[in-house]
Design a protein around this ligand. Structure first.
Ligand code: ADP
Length: 635
């Protein structure tokens, strides 16, 4: 390529590059603005660094700013900075050649592929500046370096031929004028441009101003200003304020941030008026070197959209939403911002998936979230308990997905207790030491199992409430990890602490057949028990193992859409000989019709306090109940 006469062509290659830029990157062309603004911010940052290193003197950095201006009449979008600027050599080197080699890599890599997913490659290949040609058919550059060198004018059309000359620009910095072509028409609109700037540039480290064609001179004149003010009234126009916050909260250290600031930041970034449940501020040093704030969002119900939103930034420049590869799968419901300057500005999914650095980020996030739960449990117990029901499902799920999470935070998981309050497993077992060592009694449904729960509570035994879908599996995990610990549902067994001292006699054969007939269940087990609570004549127990097996089969059936199958849980009916009526029945050797009716009612009532009766059972139970009422009134 010839540069002597300051005239040239991006020649043969250009014919390849420009159509590709326009076609392949079409789906995401709004990023042209991000690319050009980020170059401008880079130029400011470089200047700031030179000044702070003492390499440049007599330059004030207090007025560093980037301006994006729309001129509808001229059909241009102009980005101006007062950063380092470029000399003629630099324009040739950076704008004419380097970008080109990046573009050639790009073509080599993706020739012959469709446009799907290719929009994320700009930048990675140094095509940043050239992305302007996605929307412009002519680009002009006016630039003056901070060094003592003449200003340069460079202009390039959409076919890739450029011209370069000296110009008389006096201000330091660069002005990029994009003459918007047909394919970029939608960007000749103040709202569209402001929207893009707010999306990508809200936290850039240098003030960015947007002049959306407003020419109001701080007095409203119809048609000239989109500010909402009365005619003639003096006001501060939107264009006087930067569109960005140059020092976003994640750049501060956690000890400098207040809860109010975290909440305000959350509300602003996610447009959610609710308060987040908890906040995790990450400030990872070398070698990870990334910062971020993650939030557990509050949700109205277990079923509200659980898709989170993580915004990924690169030195305060927004890159993308929801990069799944960076967040561990089990924490995808988190919302937040991550600033990872070590990641290339734009990268492909496959690059992220195989990147060990990305894996380390994900592991670090897991660790920080786990540590936050532990520290809240230890230092903010009341607040921790108040959010636990909302965090529980995700915390337990994380324990199951990631052994490291369980190792760190497993002991911070709370068991809700029937009747109120929360205990960790250790606290529960400590209290249980005397009466039921290493056994956790739990209810799967506080309403349905209310009768059992109250029997336990009357004897001073705490019942945990494990009623979530994920609890079934979480229990298994705890039993595997904590050797010796057993979880027993309240209706699984009559606990020792519920029984009186005396030995029980075995049920007679006659009594066994009476109840088999009454229940219609050939496999029903019958036991005589001496329960401390004499008001209950009989209770039904379902073996823990067979019930868990049954639950699991039902779950698979639900997941696989299979038909509901009858359960085959083992039932044991316990007749309470401490209840006078039940004791009298158990003492009989022969049974008349009245006894059979009583037996059917006893079975029906105990089944009813354990589960829902099926249609047939309910019909029979009601018929028997009416018959009983008749008998009473007949007497
Ligand atoms: P990248 O930013 O990835 O290096 P670009 O094509 O966007 O690739 O830019 C190429 C180079 O041109 C930049 O690295 C920088 O040296 C120079 N450049 C671009 N825009 C400006 C600007 N506004 N001020 C100073 N230099 C710039």
């Amino acid at each position: 390529m010839s540069t002597e006469n300051k005239k040239g062509g991006i020649s043969v290659e250009a014919e390849h590059i420009f159509p590709i830029i326009k076609k392949w990157l079409y789906s995401d062309k709004e990023i042209f603005l991000r690319e050009i603004v980020s170059n401008a911010v880079d130029a400011e940052t470089k200047l700031k660094r030179l000044v702070s290193l003492g390499e440049v003197r007599d330059i004030s950095t207090s007025d560093l700013a980037v301006t994006v201006a729309l001129d509808k009449e001229l059909g241009t979008v102009t980005v101006t900075d007062n950063g380092i600027g470029m000399t003629a050599e630099e324009v040739e080197k950076y704008i004419c050649s380097i970008a080109l080699s990046g573009a050639l890599d790009f073509i080599k890599e993706y020739e012959g592929e469709g446009s799907d997913g290719k929009s994320g490659i700009i930048g990675h290949f140094g095509l940043g500046f050239y992305s302007a040609f996605m929307v412009a058919d002519k680009v002009e550059v006016f630039t003056k370096s901070y060094k003592d060198a003449p200003a340069v004018y460079w202009v390039c059309d959409s076919a890739g031929s450029y011209e370069m000359s000296e110009c008389d620009r006096e201000e330091r910095g660069t002005e990029i004028v994009m003459h918007i072509g047909d394919e970029g028409k939608e960007y000749l609109d103040a709202n569209a441009l402001r929207g893009i700037l707010e999306k990508y540039c809200s936290f850039l480290p240098v003030p960015v101003y947007f002049k959306g064609g407003c020419d109001c001179d701080h007095h409203h004149e119809e048609g000239k200003c989109d500010c909402d003010h009365d005619h003639g009234e003096e006001h501060e126009c939107e264009c006087e304020k930067p569109i960005n916050d140059v020092s976003p909260l994640w750049q501060k250290s956690a000890s400098e941030c207040t809860d109010e600031e975290y909440t305000a930041f959350y509300r602003k970034v996610f447009s959610d008026w609710r308060e987040p449940l908890l906040t995790v501020h990450i400030n990872a040093d070398y070698p990870l070197n990334f910062k971020g704030i993650l939030y557990f969002p509050r949700r109205e119900s277990e079923f509200e959209n659980t898709e989170g939103q993580i915004k990924l930034y690169y030195n305060q420049m927004f890159v993308a939403d929801n990069i799944r590869e960076v967040i561990p799968e089990h924490l995808l419901m988190l919302r937040g911002v991550l600033d990872c300057p070590e990641l290339p500005l734009n990268v492909s999914r496959s690059y992220l998936q195989n990147n060990t650095y990305v894996k380390k980020i994900a592991a670090h996030i897991t660790k920080k979230v786990a540590d936050k739960l532990v520290s809240m449990k230890e230092n903010q117990r009341e607040k921790y308990e108040s959010i636990w029901q909302d965090v529980k499902t995700f915390a337990e799920y994380s324990c199951m997905c990631d052994p490291k999470f369980f190792d760190r935070a497993g002991d911070a998981m709370l068991l809700p207790i029937c009747g109120g309050g929360f205990k960790t497993l250790d606290e529960y077992l400590e209290a249980a030491k005397e009466k039921h060592e290493n056994t956790v009694y739990y209810a799967g449904d506080e309403q349905v199992q209310a009768q059992y729960v109250s029997m336990y509570r009357k004897q001073g035994i705490e019942v945990a409430l494990l009623d979530r879908f994920v609890d079934t599996q979480f229990i298994q995990l705890l039993e595997n990890k904590k050797s010796g610990v057993k979880f027993v549902r309240v209706d699984a067994d009559v606990a020792g602490a519920l029984k009186g001292e005396s030995e029980n006699a075995a049920a007679s054969e006659a009594l066994i057949s009476l109840f088999k007939e009454a229940s219609g269940k050939e496999k029903l087990n019958l036991k005589l028990e001496n329960l401390l609570d004499s008001t209950i004549p009989a209770i039904l127990n379902i073996s823990e193992e067979s019930r868990r097996m049954d639950d699991m089969m039902k779950m698979y059936a639900t997941i696989n859409g299979g038909e509901e199958r009858p359960s085959f849980t083992e039932e044991t009916l316990c007749i309470n000989i401490n209840n006078p009526m039940a004791a009298a029945l158990a003492a009989k050797t022969e049974f008349d019709e009245g006894d059979k009716l009583v037996a059917r009612q006893l079975y029906g009532l105990s089944a009813l306090s354990q589960r829902r009766l099926d249609a047939k059972e309910l019909e029979a139970f009601l018929a028997d109940s009416y018959a009983l009422l008749n008998r009473i009134t007949e007497k």
